[in-house]
Structures are given as C-alpha cells and as structure tokens.
Design a protein around this ligand. Structure first.
Ligand code: IDP
Length: 140
C-alpha cells in the first residue's frame, strides 16, 4: 500500500478538554506520523469555507458555529494507507456507532461534537491539506 497524507483536525470539544495529547497518541500508536501540526482559531466564515460541501445539510450552521467556538489543532498525518487508517482510528461519525477503542468511541460527546475530522479520499485530502498548510510546512 502506498504512503499517503491526510488532513486531520482535533475539534473544539477535544481541545477544550485537553485531549490533544491523548488523541495524538492514538494516531502514533496506529503508525501515523504527525508531519505538520498547528493550533489555530477558525472564524465561522473559514469553518464554512472548509465545510462548504455540507452547505445544504441541516446541521451546517451549527457545525460552523461549533468549529469556530474554540481553537482547533490542524495536522497532516502520513503513513501507509493513511486516509483509511485514520478513518479507522477515528471511528464512526456518531460516537454511539463507533467501534470500541476508536477516538470517537472514547472521547466524542455527540454526532456533531465528535472530536476529530479526517479526510475521506485522496482528492479531498490534497485539497484539505492545501487549505491549511503550505508545502514548506510539511516535514515528512
Ligand atoms: P465525518 O466527519 O465522519 O466524515 P460527515 O458526514 O462528513 O462525517 O459530517 C461532517 C461533520 O458534520 C461530522 O463530523 C459532524 O461534526 C457533523 N455532523 C454530521 N452529521 C451531523 C448531525 O446529524 N448533526 C450535527 N452534526 C453533524
């Protein structure tokens, strides 16, 4: 399997509860290397731009408010099959459906406030990494 890069976001519910280190340990234990990372405060407009694909969904406004409510940690994870591997480590969107041991099963508070974001495909990973990072910031 090829080495891939994926965009991860540790969301406000998790940064607020000081869970960044515990979540990063899950990534590293799974063989994902954190090759870029920064803590930023999104505006609601920036969150809206990032989640533009969900603009028609009923939860869009609530999602953008939430993502701008506290700082987030944006990061690039690298590893063999990193996109799918990260989705496995994250667990299902709704923590009630997430497999035991996954980040969302252990830490998420609700389907909306679910602790982490991860790219879902190679094309979106590329776009999402470019949304937050320049090439010089990626140190593999
Ligand atoms: P994903 O993050 O597992 O890829 P998506 O369906 O792409 O899930 O949804 C993006 C984000 O939108 C979710 O992670 C969650 O924060 C939020 N979201 C999804 N469904 C709901 C919902 O039914 N109510 C509130 N927020 C939701």
């Amino acid at each position: 399997m090829a080495t891939e890069r994926t965009l991860s976001i540790i969301k406000p519910d998790a940064t607020k509860r000081n869970l960044t280190g515990k979540i990063n340990a899950k990534f590293e234990d799974a063989g994902l290397r954190i090759i870029a990372q920064k803590r930023i405060q999104l505006t609601k407009a920036q969150a809206g731009q990032f989640y533009a694909v969900h603009a028609e969904r009923p939860f869009y406004d609530e999602l953008c408010e939430f993502m701008a409510s506290e700082p987030v940690v944006v990061q690039v994870l690298e590893g063999e099959g990193a996109i799918l591997k990260n989705r496995e480590v994250m667990g299902a969107t709704n923590p009630a459906d997430a497999a035991p041991g996954t980040i969302r099963a252990e830490f998420a508070e609700s389907v909306g406030e679910n602790s982490v974001h991860g790219s879902d495909a190679p094309e979106t990973a590329k776009e999402e990494i470019a949304f937050f990072f320049s090439g010089l910031e990626l140190v593999g």
